[in-house]
Design a protein around this ligand. Structure first.
Ligand code: OAD
Length: 318
């Protein structure tokens, strides 16, 4: 076993220990309950955090979840009331996460397809300041990689190069048969979804076609494995807008060495944040916190310039 894999195994626990590879998307009981960790365990001083990020953070790993896109109008999954899992009653699912379960989808694709029609990337949602903050980190030469669970594609609309992004839960950039794996024509797939059809493969099983996003029960893309090396050589981690409920993605936060400062920007304390001496926290609305952090970094104008340039280009294209 290589030293990096050994390190990852030590930190990421049972997923690696059992299979020797981090490929399956699974929900896990967290190693320790969140309530053991406290806000008091985190540095919440934005000026001190900014100072640390400008000093230490030349190899920043960023990890994001659905909370980053709620300011763009896309609901997250688990926020009580507004989250997707609280609003699926009409589909009569056996349990909310079934909408993204590969076995359930093969039997009943309707619920997912209806959701996909609403949230098909590139149709009506745009990146917000939280996405542009990640682009700014790249422009300042600090970003090693963005690991995102999101499938809305908003990160790359900011101009962030594809090689800087790992779509850990896949994307809508391609589609294939849920049984035989045969690639499907993306435009045809998209048109069928928009016309409320349930597109199916011509194979003997006539199985439903799905975008190549990772469903529960499927493998993560190979590129996800880059997190082992990226975290080993990182000197700052930023985690934004995720409940850290889903593994192996959530394990990235624990894979950085203990001496590396970890900054959580979120509405609630999640995962193991608060358990390490170097942990930092900006609690509250993501966009507000990002603006404050950029102000403390002296980057506020740069942040708004990025967003304004995007908006201008968008308007000119209409
Ligand atoms: P969740 O809905 O589980 O978590 C979103 C987090 O973002 C929560 O902690 C919210 O409090 C926080 N949040 C939302 N809006 C915010 C805002 N404006 N400001 C600050 N914080 C905010 O979403 P994920 O963690 O992304 O997988 O969920 C992980 C995975 O579970 C998803 O990729 C998806 C889902 O099942 C699949 O479907 C395969």
């Amino acid at each position: 076993m290589g030293p990096l894999l050994g390190l990852a195994k030590a930190f990421c626990g049972p997923a690696l220990a059992r299979s020797g590879t981090l490929t399956r998307l699974q929900t896990w009981v967290r190693p320790l309950p969140t309530r053991l960790y406290h806000l008091d365990g985190c540095n919440q001083d934005v000026l001190a955090i900014a100072q640390c990020l400008s000093k230490e953070g030349s190899n920043v790993v960023v990890m994001t979840g659905a909370g980053v896109s709620t300011p763009s109008g896309i609901p997250d999954f688990r926020t009580p009331g507004s989250g997707i899992y609280d609003n699926l009653k009409q589909y009569r699912l056996p349990y909310p996460e079934a909408i993204f379960d590969i076995s359930y989808f093969r039997q009943s694709p309707d619920a997912f397809n209806t959701w996909a029609k609403e949230f098909f990337p590139g149709l009506r949602y745009h990146p917000n300041l939280a996405h542009f903050f990640i682009k700014l980190l790249h422009d300042k030469g600090k970003l090693v990689r963005l690991y995102t669970q999101n499938i809305d594609g908003l990160e790359v609309l900011t101009g962030l190069p594809h090689e800087q992004v790992v779509h850990a839960h896949g994307s809508f950039n391609s589609a294939s048969c849920a049984a035989c794996g045969q690639d499907a024509d993306l435009d045809e797939y998209k048109q069928s979804i928009l016309l409320n059809q349930n597109p199916r493969c011509a194979c003997s099983e006539k199985a439903p076609i799905k975008p190549d996003i990772v469903f529960f029960g499927e493998n993560l893309p190979d590129r996800f494995q880059m997190f082992q090396e990226d975290t080993a050589f990182s000197d700052f981690l930023i985690c934004m807008g995720t409940s850290l409920e889903v593994y192996p993605f959530a394990g990235i936060a624990d894979a950085v060495p203990r001496k590396v400062p970890r900054l959580l920007i979120n509405r609630t304390l999640v995962g193991s944040f608060g358990s390490r001496e170097e942990d930092c926290l900006l609690l509250g609305d993501l966009v507000e916190q990002v603006i404050q952090l950029c102000r403390a970094l002296g980057w506020e104008q740069d942040l708004f310039d990025l967003k304004n340039a995007y908006d201008k280009e968008k308007q000119a294209g209409q």
